[in-house]
Design a protein around this ligand. Structure first.
Ligand SMILES: [Zn+2]
Length: 114
């Protein structure tokens, strides 16, 4: 996606964005044999975080987890990720359809229809 270099201004913005892109499943440090699975965004997301009110400079952090390790089992993780990705895909294809309709409307007007 085009937003790979994008750095959000806050954790909240990064979080909001993370809900609009596909997710994927990763293993925790224990590996394949562990009961749990980690859910992460499918692309890197970064955000700026204020260190304190006294230090003006922000640090850039990675928005790593949708759901961290030790929270959800493999089957549930797979279910949640599939459900989420399906709804993201649906939203994206609806958005494309709307854009295509808008183009058709523009074309109609250009050609003097309607
Ligand atoms: Zn684990």
């Amino acid at each position: 996606m085009s937003s790979n270099e994008q750095i959000f201004n806050s954790y909240e913005e990064a979080h909001r964005y993370s809900l609009t892109i596909p997710w994927k499943i990763e293993l925790c440090n224990t590996g394949e044999s562990c009961w749990c699975r980690v859910i992460v965004p499918s692309e890197p997301i970064k955000f700026k975080e204020k260190i304190s009110n006294w230090i003006r400079e922000d640090i850039t952090r990675d928005f790593d987890y949708i759901i961290p390790d030790g929270s959800v089992d493999k089957e549930t993780a797979e279910y949640v990720v599939e459900l989420h990705n399906r709804s993201v895909n649906l939203y994206q294809s609806q958005k494309k359809r709307l854009q295509a309709l808008e183009k058709l409307n523009d074309l109609d007007q250009e050609l003097g229809f309607e």
